[in-house]
Design a protein around this ligand. Structure first.
Ligand SMILES: *[C@@H]1O[C@H](CO)[C@@H](O)[C@H](O)[C@H]1NC(C)=O
Ligand SMILES: *[C@@H]1O[C@H](CO)[C@@H](O)[C@H](O)[C@H]1NC(C)=O
Ligand SMILES: *[C@@H]1O[C@H](CO)[C@@H](O)[C@H](O)[C@H]1NC(C)=O
Ligand SMILES: *[C@@H]1O[C@H](CO)[C@@H](O)[C@H](O)[C@H]1NC(C)=O
Ligand SMILES: *[C@@H]1O[C@H](CO)[C@@H](O)[C@H](O)[C@H]1NC(C)=O
Ligand SMILES: *[C@@H]1O[C@H](CO)[C@@H](O)[C@H](O)[C@H]1NC(C)=O
Ligand SMILES: *[C@@H]1O[C@H](CO)[C@@H](O)[C@H](O)[C@H]1NC(C)=O
Length: 326
């Protein structure tokens, strides 16, 4: 299924000021909602398994390290964060302007010393066609740092509205996925890792900051047919499910109050509620919001684990040639 890339420079001006609006037709929303519901119990099981495994590891670690009197229980207090709904990835969700495959490398820790609250993403992949875990699919992630900058695009000001940025660069024919805006080749907060035989993987990063006009998010792409070059970047012709992961408002507010996030005062943060790409329809059964628990079981500000199940719509895989990469 192909949707024409719809975000051009002119369109962006409208998007930025328009009332929150999602471009998907209601039939497409209904289709995703049905996909998600159909696989709900499998998604719930998958989340529960990962959660329990992590809790068991934590008990073992704490037991080994000290004779702590802290009690860790499996059911409480975080059990209720386990969700059965999934974040449905499809080809037509935008990758945004800051995709740069040349800088995406195979690794499970993409922090490179970037400051911020540690975040371990615990990701499950489900093939929505079969409701089975999707193994050996490569999950590609990238997001901005605590003050809004993307690696490989460091010279672009995270506080300048995108349309103005294009004007400054004298770009009049911007096309998402086509126009190359990169300004360097740094790689922080970009990484890829394949799902294991249970459809699961982990990525260490930091909680993202924000940049102008967008809610806090992490970009993801899933490649189902991939190989790697010697330097760890991906070669792929069959991609692709694309998506963006979001965080709950209260959590974002809490984390943004901490340094270094709190030093980002040049602009006000865009909330999920007014973001142009946050799917309001998420409430109808598919859910792009990462469930978060404190890594130490106490305070998310010390570090957190984010769980999310990505539902890959393998019936709608896009075949994409990654231009100029071979
Ligand atoms: C979620 O999935 C679990 C595991 O299959 C199931 O026991 C539970 O009833 C489901 N909950 C909802 C709200 O669908
Ligand atoms: C825990 O307590 C046991 C028994 O009192 C002791 O042998 C052990 O060294 C202690 N471990 C640590 C890490 O303090
Ligand atoms: C990896 O190799 C490809 C192909 O030679 C090149 O285009 C890309 O810039 C390299 N990336 C890194 C991070 O070295
Ligand atoms: C984020 O990256 C930009 C560009 O490299 C840098 O100036 C800024 O200090 C970084 N933010 C943090 C919190 O390190
Ligand atoms: C854009 O065009 C203006 C006017 O011609 C020029 O002064 C400026 O240097 C150009 N900027 C870039 C980034 O090329
Ligand atoms: C995977 O991609 C290669 C080219 O990179 C192609 O020859 C092959 O047919 C693809 N396999 C599948 C299952 O689509
Ligand atoms: C942020 O929002 C507040 C309240 O609307 C406003 O007073 C302030 O000027 C805004 N700050 C920036 C940097 O836009």
């Amino acid at each position: 299924m192909h949707f024409t890339p719809l975000i051009l420079a002119a369109g962006l001006a409208t998007l930025a000021t328009a009332h929150p609006h999602h471009d998907l037709p209601s039939s497409e929303i209904a289709r995703r909602s049905a996909l998600s519901k159909r696989c709900a119990s499998v998604a719930g099981e998958m989340n529960k398994k990962r959660y329990n495994k992590r809790m068991a590891e934590k008990r073992a670690t704490i037991g080994a390290r000290s004779n702590s009197t802290v009690q860790i229980t499996t059911e409480a207090p975080f059990y209720n964060v386990i969700q059965n709904d999934t974040c449905i990835l499809t080809p037509e969700v935008t990758t945004g302007p800051y995709i740069y495959p040349q800088s995406q490398t195979l690794r499970q820790d993409m922090r490179e010393g970037q400051a911020g609250v540690p975040l371990t993403l615990d990701i499950g992949l489900l093939d929505m066609a079969t409701c089975e875990p999707l193994s050996n699919a490569l999950v590609d992630m990238w997001h901005c740092n605590a003050t809004g900058s993307y690696s490989s695009f460091e010279a672009l000001d995270p506080n300048t509205p995108f349309v103005e940025l294009l004007q400054e660069l004298n770009i009049t024919d911007y096309e998402i996925g086509q126009t190359d805006l990169h300004t360097g080749d740094t790689t922080f907060l970009r990484g890829m890792w394949p799902s294991d035989q249970n459809g699961m993987l982990e990525m260490k990063t930091v909680f993202p900051g924000f940049y102008v006009e967008r809610a806090i998010h992490i970009h993801t792409r899933v490649y189902t047919n991939w190989t790697l070059r010697a330097n760890g970047t991906v070669v792929s012709r069959d991609v692709v499910s694309t998506g963006q992961l979001f965080f709950g408002e209260e959590l974002s507010e809490q984390i943004m109050a901490l340094d270094p996030y709190a030093t980002h005062t040049e602009i006000n943060r865009t909330t999920n509620a007014v973001d142009t790409l946050f799917p309001i329809e998420g409430k109808n059964g598919f859910n792009p919001v990462v469930s978060v628990v404190a890594e130490d079981g106490v305070n998310v500000e010390n570090g957190m684990v984010g769980y999310i199940t990505l539902g890959v719509d393998t019936t709608a895989i896009e075949t994409t040639i990654l231009d100029g990469l071979d």
